[in-house]
Design a protein around this ligand. Structure first.
Ligand code: NAP
Length: 528
């Protein structure tokens, strides 16, 4: 088996499948393990899922021995954890670091995959696991003159390994999504002057991070099994329970109390306070109104507040952001918000950024401009399946998968946490485990039958794509121009890419398919 990527999914795939007796080789472009947590080293980078949940569940000993220091772990602490896992299970010996996969081609006679890398490797594998991550292909905006800028340019997803000092510098940040919103308050503390170039305002809620005490950790560790059980049954992979009533059935007082409670706790679950918050526009508006009241109250200048309040999407229809004093940062004298809706960026030159009405001289530019999400990293691997068709061609109208795991025409090639799975709507660590375990069972099933390969049928894939789309249409999410919809990349097909039916429900669906003899997949026998 070849696994592409040594992030959470790739590492667990290596551990699990090697333990099952397969010979596994992992190729990783970075020089270390960790995937997004290896690359996204920008100041303020921190996970928005609780550390107790955003960690492997496969080994209770690992759960008991590791000590998280904070409720929401920083990027360095997560990277330390991933490195600990790599050492503990002796994973590095089967990982080729600093090596990018350039080609993955099917031999239709043998149904084996031929994999090539930029280091000159050429290997043949029966199985391929794509563990490249849904948010890993950085989006560099096509702004005229970007290459001519004289100062340092830093994309949040390709941050240098040594820390960058902005002291005394004039800094520009383009982008106000989750990455920008975490970066901006940190850079503002250092920079002489910070210009935030905002195209669309986003909803952000206080992250609610706190240090964990020994008592907190002991309580978490004592309850791990139940916590994991609930997480695997939950909507998003953590043991959250929404308010028992829909928002509109609760009284005004109950609603305020519930929102206030979640606000004080902090975190992304604000957008799931009530069960109907992203399905009913009126319910959604109650959450938006509470949010707006809270946010306006901490911004000194009402004109700035007006620009920071989104007007173009319902709350939670784009990934809600979490922050530490993001809105308060605009009260600082050294921070300027530039409204690109009124005055778009026209070009970048050696000295700075030119908008429709001004030239901003800067010494450093931060691009917090996101990703070609969910499909970008898979499509650029140059994967060629049956009849010479590339994955990119197969997905020209949007990604088409069966259960997010298989693609018709690409036998024995399995996607981890990609389009058609719950993916970015769930806790990635548990989702990766769910996917890897499913693939391990599928391989055992093939071997028991003496079969060669598993391949999604075009019919099953088409009906799954339809199901994903139908389920999304029952919510407000397709109404936003989000990266979930491919809307952030010019020319990308507009399709709601994840399965929105919930992590627990999804786990049940893929388990039922396996139990029914891999219904919807062709189980290909030798010589077929
Ligand atoms: P993002 O949400 O896609 O935000 C990109 C930002 O860049 C947007 O504000 C976008 O504006 C702006 N932008 C892009 N091209 C531009 C251009 N040409 N001119 C001006 N502005 C431009 O990306 P992200 O912040 O990296 O976050 C992506 C996802 O990663 C998140 O939603 C989350 O799922 C994950 N993430 C999580 C964490 C966490 O756990 N705390 C942290 C970071 C990221 P428009 O909206 O107008 O396009």
């Amino acid at each position: 088996m070849v696994v592409v990527g040594a992030g959470f999914a790739g590492l667990y795939a290596l551990h699990k499948l090697r333990s099952d007796g397969l010979s596994v080789r992992v190729f990783e472009a970075g020089d270390g393990v960790g995937g997004v947590w290896y690359w996204n080293r920008y100041p303020g980078a921190r996970c928005d899922v609780e550390s107790v949940d955003y960690s492997y569940s496969f080994d209770p000993e690992l759960e008991q021995e590791w000590n998280w220091s904070e409720k929401y772990a920083t990027q360095p602490e997560i990277l330390e954890y991933v490195n600990h896992v790599a050492d503990r299970y002796d994973l590095r010996r089967d990982i080729r670091f600093g090596t990018r996969v350039t080609d993955i081609a099917l031999d239709e006679q043998t149904l084996r995959w031929e994999i090539r890398t930029d280091a000159g490797d050429a290997v043949s594998a029966r199985f391929v696991i794509l563990a490249v991550g849904p948010l890993s292909n950085a989006n560099i905006p096509a702004i005229e003159g970007l290459d001519s800028f004289d100062g340092g340019v830093y994309h949040t997803a390709h941050w240098p390994h040594e820390s960058v000092d902005f002291t005394g510098k004039r800094v520009g940040v383009i982008g106000t999504g989750s990455s920008g919103i975490q970066t901006i308050p940190e850079v503002a503390k250092q920079a002489e002057q910070l210009y935030v170039f905002q195209r669309s305002a986003n909803y952000s809620v206080p992250a609610g991070n706190v240090p964990l005490s020994d008592e907190d950790r002991a309580a978490q560790k004592a309850n791990y099994r139940e916590r994991r059980r609930l997480s695997f049954l939950s909507g998003g992979g953590s043991p959250h329970q929404a308010h028992p009533k829909p928002a509109l059935e609760a009284s005004e007082e109950e609603r305020r109390e519930a929102y206030e409670k979640r606000w004080q706790l902090g975190g992304v679950l604000y957008s799931k306070t009530f069960p109907d918050q992203v399905t009913n526009a009126e319910s959604n508006d109650t959450a938006r109104a509470f949010w707006e009241e809270k946010v306006r109250a901490v911004i000194d200048d009402p004109e700035i507040a007006e620009l920071l309040v989104p007007k173009d999407h319902a709350i939670g229809t784009k990934r809600i952001c979490t922050d530490a004093n993001y809105y308060q940062t605009y009260n600082r004298d050294n921070v300027t918000l530039v409204n690109l809706k009124a005055t778009p960026i026209e070009s970048i030159d050696a000295a700075g950024v030119r908008t429709a009405d001004e030239h901003y001289e800067i010494d450093a530019l931060i691009l917090a401009t996101g990703f070609d999400a969910m499909t970008g990293s898979m499509e650029k691997l140059n994967i060629v399946g049956r009849d010479g068709q590339t994955l990119k061609q197969a997905w020209a109208e949007g990604p088409k998968t069966y259960l997010g795991l298989g693609v018709a025409g690409f036998p024995n090639l399995f996607n981890m946490t990609g389009p058609g799975s719950v993916s970015v709507l769930a806790n990635m660590v548990l989702h990766s485990e769910l996917h890897v375990n499913w693939v391990a069972d599928a391989i055992a099933h093939l071997d028991e039958r003496g079969a060669v390969a598993l391949e999604a049928t075009p019919e099953a894939a088409a009906s799954w794509v339809q199901e994903c789309s139908d389920r999304a249409a029952q919510t407000l999410l397709p109404t936003a121009n989000s990266w979930y919809m491919g809307a952030n990349i010019p020319g990308k097909p507009r399709v709601f890419m994840p399965f929105i039916g919930g992590f627990g429900a999804y786990g049940e669906i893929i388990a039922d398919v396996a139990a029914a003899g891999y219904k919807g997949f062709d189980v290909i026998e030798a010589g077929e």
